[in-house]
Design a binder for this molecule. Structure first.
Ligand code: PGA
Length: 256
């Protein structure tokens, strides 16, 4: 399986800044066949960057989109409008869940809309610090995973990527902590078990599972070698070109 390195730029960079970053990243980056590099800028930058991006080297992802294809939904951008522009879309990021109140039902519709529009959803799941403290991690993971995939046909599961992002490890969380490789391994194996019990073992092994939460070039190697982890979802560190480039290099070293 390929390794996935996703840069989630969140609400950062003007279109011009995004374009300059992309230009420099493409210049530095060889064509790594076994590493899928994905950058996820703000929606407004997607269309211009889609004209600039060298798809042999990297792909574009959206950070969010709406599940209806058209209609009276002021301010939204549809997956159908992003079709052909992006290859991936982050869905159910904790910032969408907690700041914009997206629940599992909404997330499920978005996952299905992405698949319907030939965009690979990167479904984010993860527990809060207090859920972990109360021993609820497994239940939260199960609910978000089963809930988020509930509108996808079993045959389409292979078109989905899962990202485990414990909210307490995300760098913008107050007093964020680093997740240990053991903590990640435990949840990733739980995710595969739930997928296996629900959809069968073969499919469960084929779904890429990424880790995200304060990833940088110093810890990327440790996280990428956690059993069952197929890539990284990088926030803050992806805004620094040299850091993001180094993370991709680490992924390349781990792969070979
Ligand atoms: P972080 O963000 O790498 O800054 O912790 C990850 C994310 O929120 O996707």
């Amino acid at each position: 399986m390929k390794s996935y390195i996703v840069g989630n730029w969140k609400l950062n960079f003007t279109v011009g800044e995004a374009s300059i970053y992309l230009h420099k990243l493409q210049k530095n980056l060889p064509n790594y066949r076994d590493i899928e590099v994905i950058i996820a800028p703000s929606t407004i930058a997607l269309q211009p960057l889609s004209l600039q991006i060298d798809r042999h080297k990297m792909k574009l992802g959206a950070q969010n989109a709406f599940y209806r294809d058209y209609g009276a939904f002021t301010g939204e951008t549809a997956f159908s409008q992003l079709r052909g522009i992006v290859d991936y879309c982050i869905v159910g990021h904790s910032e969408r869940r907690y700041i914009f109140r997206e629940d599992d039902k909404m997330v499920a519709k978005k996952v299905a809309a992405a698949v319907r529009n030939k965009i690979t959803p990167i479904l984010c799941i993860g527990e809060t610090e207090s859920e972990r403290a109360f021993g609820e991690t497994a239940d939260v993971i199960r609910d978000q995973l089963i809930g988020g995939l509930s509108e996808v046909a079993d045959d389409d599961l292979e078109k989905v990527i899962i990202a485990y992002e414990p909210i307490w490890a995300i760098s913008s969380t107050k007093s964020a902590k680093l997740a240990s490789p053991d903590e990640i391994a435990e949840v990733v194996s739980l995710i595969r078990k739930i997928l296996g019990d629900t959809y069968g073992k073969k499919l469960a092994e084929e779904v890429p599972i990424l880790f995200g939460g304060s990833v940088n070039s110093s810890n990327a190697g440790a996280y990428l070698t956690v059993p069952g982890v197929n890539g990284l979802l990088v926030g803050g560190a992806s805004l620094i070109l040299s850091e993001f480039t180094d993370i991709i290099e680490v992924a390349k070293r781990v792969k070979s």
